[in-house]
Design a protein around this ligand. Structure first.
Ligand code: NAG
Ligand code: NAG
Ligand code: NAG
Ligand code: NAG
Ligand code: NAG
Ligand code: NAG
Ligand code: NAG
Length: 408
């Protein structure tokens, strides 16, 4: 047919054009989202640290109502959640505090999806080392990663890290669990002071423990090479009552210290935080895949006293202290901020945003009768403790986890 050839030619030219346009479009799209399925670590390395940190401060932002919250059920996450922290089980009547998420100002914070999270953490180990607030964050992450669903396939691998209950101990020093589908390990080690605790050789009770302020806990030294993400915290054990109650005896340079360290325990805390950060920062070049965070202090909200003197935090109205943190000042926790300043350790600054949430502590839960341990004795009620330090779970520690996951 006349002109058939030129039609075919025209046809192949427009086909080539279409292919070209398609290629450009694909390129543009992939430019925006270069490797959608690659690991967190690969994605992170494509942004220069200076540009991402100058644009975004995760500590600034606002709490927003979110009908998709909480991320898991406080009734269902029995496998990981301590009963005392599961306010739904403990009978708290109001749950409006569960329905918020933190929206950082100018930061890209994707909604948490546990499957995406686990896939990105394939073959990786996330370690929390710290006090009971660190344990709350660990339990929160276990619930988030499992969706709070019964997960019989998750393996207890505590033995791999020496986390087994010693003879006569109340509980192990920590817990480690592995999600077999992605080979992701999440663990927690109890170290309330982030210092090395070594039993002292005294025969008279009470048995004393040397608290080496300038040495990180042995667990951290021994297992650091196995961690991909480490989240540290300390804070609420740095008071005379806890230190004397635990029979901890402060040591520096291998010898017992008195004077300035004991006069003001804040000095000892400051010294220890700076020591552990300095040690960790020096270790990081030997462990290039390790991302380390230091979480700032979790605020307490006792009013008119504390644990022992009937203090409480009985507000139940969310955001009655405001819902937003603005400005460009630094962290409220100047100790952690100054310790990590100029190091490779990132600050996980949760203090100000948690400060706004005085209604989300476990205090105020109407405690339900608890079955006693011995079947022979009668059902007793748990004593009412006005705990304005720990948080209901699900709750605020879920947000801490979202923040560090966004920053890995
Ligand atoms: C799990 O991850 C660890 C650490 O990355 C790795 O050494 C090990 O081979 C992995 N195991 C499996 C079964 O993939
Ligand atoms: C995880 O580890 C296994 C075993 O070492 C390896 O075959 C696999 O490629 C690793 N996957 C990732 C995403 O690193
Ligand atoms: C404790 O001290 C006594 C007496 O000095 C010594 O015999 C013993 O070996 C020491 N024990 C340890 C565990 O260092
Ligand atoms: C520990 O040793 C260092 C270096 O030798 C010294 O500067 C410091 O004053 C010592 N600290 C104490 C409390 O002994
Ligand atoms: C909350 O605590 C304050 C201070 O202890 C007390 O005066 C007030 O009556 C309490 N409010 C409720 C609703 O219990
Ligand atoms: C961080 O260190 C720099 C340089 O030493 C100093 O100018 C700055 O004030 C420090 N910032 C904080 C928050 O400590
Ligand atoms: C249980 O309660 C009953 C009635 O109050 C009492 O007589 C009994 O001694 C209690 N038993 C125990 C083991 O406390």
């Amino acid at each position: 047919m006349f002109g058939g050839r030129s039609h075919i030619l025209k046809g192949s030219v427009s086909l080539a054009l279409v292919i070209l346009i398609l290629l450009v479009v694909i390129l543009l799209v992939s430019e925006k989202n270069p490797f959608p399925t690659s690991s967190l670590f690969d994605i992170k390395s494509q942004f220069s640290p200076s540009s991402s940190s100058s644009v975004c401060n995760f500590a600034k932002g606002r709490w927003v109502k979110d009908r998709k919250r909480p991320l898991y059920s406080g009734f269902e996450c029995k496998q990981w959640l301590s009963t005392m922290w599961a306010c739904r089980i403990m009978g708290r009547p109001d749950f409006s505090f569960e329905g918020y998420r933190w929206q950082p100002q100018g930061c890209n914070m994707p909604h948490f999806d546990r499957f995406t999270f686990l896939r990105r953490m394939q073959n990786k180990t996330i370690a929390f080392i710290g006090d009971s607030l660190g344990r709350q964050q660990f339990q929160s992450l276990m619930c988030m990663a499992s969706g709070g669903k019964d997960s019989p396939d998750v393996q207890n691998v505590g033995w791999e890290y020496g986390l087994v209950k010693a003879k006569g101990a109340l509980r192990p020093d920590g817990w480690a669990y592995r999600f077999p589908t992605t080979n992701t390990t999440i663990l927690y080690y109890w170290s309330a002071s982030l210092s090395d605790l070594v039993p002292m050789n005294n025969t008279d009770p009470p048995r004393l423990t040397a608290m080496h302020l300038d040495r990180p806990p042995a667990f951290m030294r021994n297992y650091l090479h196995r961690f991909d993400v480490l989240v540290l915290n300390t804070g609420h054990h740095w008071n005379r009552g806890k230190i004397e109650g635990n029979h901890w005896v402060m040591h520096v340079n291998g010898t017992r210290v008195k004077g300035e360290y004991l006069k003001d325990i804040r000095n000892a805390k400051d010294f220890t935080i700076h020591s552990v950060v300095k040690w960790l920062d020096a270790q990081l070049p030997l462990h290039p895949r390790l991302k380390a965070f230091f979480r700032t202090i979790s605020p307490r909200h006792f009013k008119n006293g504390d644990w022992n003197t009937g203090g409480n935090c009985n507000n139940t109205v969310p955001l009655s202290r405001g819902g937003e943190i603005t400005g460009d000042d630094g962290s409220i926790d100047t100790t952690v901020e100054s310790a990590v300043n100029g190091t490779r350790i990132k600050i996980l600054d949760i203090t100000a945003l948690s400060e706004l949430r005085d209604e989300a502590h476990i205090s105020g839960s109407k405690l339900k009768p608890r079955k006693p341990k011995k079947a022979s004795s009668n059902v007793t009620t748990t004593p009412v403790i006005n705990d304005c330090l720990h948080w209901c779970l699900p709750g605020i520690p879920d947000t801490w986890n979202e923040l560090f996951i966004a920053q890995i």
